[in-house]
Design a protein around this ligand. Structure first.
Ligand code: RIB
Ligand code: CA
Length: 308
């Protein structure tokens, strides 16, 4: 059993990543922390609370940073909708967020179980950067740190920057400069995880989960011009899947530096695979697609059969 703490900005693909984590018997979700990203914190936090109750999860949710370290907030509401979940409206959660700030929740949770917590970040890295600044030993205490972000080819926020990195490049720089070895799931990998019509056929029959969440969310997400040809890329679930089944992925050691000052390249994850480079990360390059979708479908089936 692996214990996972998920920092996210739900967000449609974040919602599927949460379902994957919940539906996987290999994982115990010890907490969810929210950050401003796809939409503002005033949406990502209630979205996380509503999603956990919709799925039937009893997991603390702690709210985090409502803006990047230095830059003005940006959103991806054109991709995820004004609410962050497309046109899906879930029941308002009964639970309140944890009383702690996400940064303190992350530090407390990891410090209480050194070597046991898989920290997975699938939104802008503001919370993780602040946690590292407040408690630098976080980098040695985590079991692993897995991040959905970046790209070693082109971005989606700009030609150079992927959204999670480009939304808060200074935070991403703190995170990649810390003394740990992030496992980076950039767009090069996540664009191999497309929810095609063939894949989505596997979700038919999942009842309320399919009808009230998966189908409307994937319809909305897939309508975005960047996904129209092959179906939406389920970015965030890739990072969670690596915690469950790392054997589904090919990863390569590399040097990753985050550009923070380029006029056209700010937020770029400058990735050097050269053997002589001073490697500081593992970068995911290939996905076993069939096995990935088997994993997701089985997890969604478990969620669907246990939902309230
Ligand atoms: O670029 C994709 C990433 O940005 C995903 O995490 C998506 O949820 C958005 O946050
Ligand atoms: Ca996200």
């Amino acid at each position: 059993m692996k214990r996972i703490l998920l920092d996210c900005d739900p967000g449609i693909d974040d919602a599927l990543a949460i379902a994957l984590a919940h539906g996987s018997p290999e994982l115990e979700v010890v907490g969810i922390t929210t950050v401003a990203g796809n939409v503002g914190l005033e949406r990502t936090t209630p979205n996380a609370l509503s999603l956990t109750e919709f799925y039937g999860m009893d997991v603390p949710v702690a709210r985090g940073a409502d803006r990047p370290l230095l830059r003005a907030p940006d959103t991806a509401s054109t991709v995820h909708g004004a609410t962050g979940l497309g046109d899906v409206v879930l029941p308002t959660a009964k639970a309140e967020p944890d009383t702690r700030h996400a940064v303190d929740f992350i530090i407390d949770t990891v410090a209480a179980s050194p070597g046991e917590i898989s920290l997975v970040a699938v939104g802008p890295l503001t919370n993780v950067a602040l946690a590292l600044r407040k408690e630098p030993r976080l980098a040695e205490w985590v079991r692993e740190f897995v991040v959905m972000g970046g790209s070693y080819t082109r971005g989606n926020l700009t030609p150079a920057a992927e959204f999670n990195i480009g939304a808060d490049p200074e935070a991403a720089g703190v995170v990649f400069d810390a003394p740990w070895e992030p496992v980076m799931f950039g767009l090069d990998l996540t664009h191999q995880a497309r929810a095609t019509s063939e894949v989505r056929q596997r979700f038919v029959g999942l009842g309320k989960l399919q009808e009230e969440l998966l189908s409307p969310c994937l319809d909305f997400y897939g309508s975005n011009r960047q996904y129209r040809d092959e179906g939406p890329a389920i970015h965030d679930a890739c990072a969670v899947a690596h915690v469950i089944a790392p054997e589904l992925f090919t990863t390569v050691r590399a040097r990753v530096d985050v550009e923070t000052s380029g006029r056209f390249t700010s937020g770029m994850t400058v990735t050097d695979f050269a053997p002589e480079a001073e490697h500081n990360a593992l970068v995911a390059t290939a996905l076993q697609q069939r096995a990935f979708w088997d994993l997701l479908t089985e997890a969604f089936e478990r969620v669907a059969s246990s939902m309230p």
